[in-house]
Design a protein around this ligand. Structure first.
Ligand code: 13P
Ligand code: SF4
Length: 345
């Protein structure tokens, strides 16, 4: 990754950590009551990711919203009749909702909720790179800006990426993949597709360490290891199942194991414990203990979604997602291609 990208990510990380506020139990209860009343008054619905705080996931469920992976969030936001979507996640998720439903009001608890993958792939640089390989199909991860999506042929999320790349390989297409290098390497290994891979990474998943998992496995030899494919190859190599957040939750339900080591953001533990109350879940070790970990298995930008800013955003309408309509129509095509493909497989 270039020094400019690293600095951008460092600054965004620093800002995110400074913006998180600790709320008391009373404050949380008051915020929840405000959010419920405002959702009704505005005809809005919460569309939340599995990595957000458990309070927010529970509130989304209680109020008829959704808690899901990024593919399902996109579908839910598009198909739900509410004209106002409160997207609790990171910016690319809000932008995806807006691209798919341009006539709806899309609000976010914080517009500073970045993603290191998105930040590592500025559109001008990416576009110049693509221009050098006009014969290649451009496939980008959903964790990108609307402008990068608009420059692509396909958008994919982690839950459908292997299937799309398998399909493209079958069609004899060579590919540019951006921005996650680890997911890119995993896709290449799974599909043998001809891929040129961008050098981005996720600050959360990059911190998981294979040596730590080996040590934990020695303590819990019966545990199954479930890994998100944004993790490094050495971690992916230790997995019993590699998959998106929803695939990890499904695997925890399907496998006979009673203990799991989980290499993804610990926000997912809310749903894992809810769906498998009798099973034990352990966070995969990161470089965090006395080392350099900046995330420690929790996305600092997902953490910007807090109950008070859900309420504030609904009340003021301040954090609305805007995208240039010309960009929307371009970014819509590769997104719709993915959604159409997902109906067929
Ligand atoms: P999922 O699509 O698996 O929910 O992943 C989104 C994400 O940002 C993972 O870090
Ligand atoms: Fe982006 Fe990583 Fe956060 Fe997911 S966990 S939103 S990939 S920084």
């Amino acid at each position: 990754m270039s020094i400019a990208h690293s600095q951008l990510i460092e600054t965004a990380l620093h800002n995110a950590q400074a913006q998180r506020v600790e709320l008391t139990l009373e404050q949380k209860e008051a915020c929840k009551a405000r959010v419920k009343a405002l959702l009704k008054a505005k005809g809005a619905v919460i569309v939340a990711h599995y990595y957000t705080d458990s309070d927010i996931q529970a509130l989304a469920e209680e109020t008829g919203g959704c808690v899901a992976d990024s593919l399902e969030m996109a579908r839910f936001g598009r198909d739900h009749p509410a004209q106002c979507l409160l997207v609790s996640g990171v910016r690319f998720m809000g932008e995806t909702a807006k691209i798919l439903s341009p006539h709806k009001t899309v609000l976010m608890p914080s517009l500073n909720a970045e993603c290191s993958l998105d930040l590592s792939c500025p559109v001008e640089e990416f576009s110049d790179f693509c221009d050098q390989y006009p014969e290649r199909t451009v496939v980008v991860y959903a964790n990108t800006s609307a402008a990068v999506k608009a420059r692509s042929d396909w958008v994919v999320t982690s839950s459908i990426a292997v299937k799309v790349l398998t399909y493209l390989r079958g069609q004899g297409q060579s590919v540019i993949w951006a921005p996650d290098r680890y997911l890119g390497h995993y896709l290449r290994q799974q599909t043998q597709a001809d891929m040129l891979i961008w050098e981005g990474s996720c600050v959360v998943h990059e911190e998981f360490k294979a040596e730590g998992i080996v040590t934990l496995k020695a303590q819990y030899p019966q545990a199954a290891v479930l890994v998100h494919p944004e993790s490094p190859e050495s971690v992916v190599a230790m997995a019993d199942v590699v998959g998106s957040t929803s695939q990890i939750i499904q695997a925890a339900q399907d496998l006979p194991h009673s203990t799991f080591i989980i290499a993804t953001d610990r926000g997912i533990f809310y749903k894992l414990q809810q769906t498998c109350p009798d099973k034990t879940f352990l966070v995969a070790p990161t470089a965090g203990v006395g080392a350099t970990c900046q995330s420690c298995a929790h996305c600092p930008w997902m953490a910007l979604n807090q109950l008070h800013n859900l309420a504030d955003s609904l009340e003021t309408g301040d954090n609305e997602v805007y995208i240039d309509p010309a960009l929307i129509s371009k970014a819509l095509q590769p997104l719709e291609r993915m959604l159409k493909f997902s109906r067929r497989v």
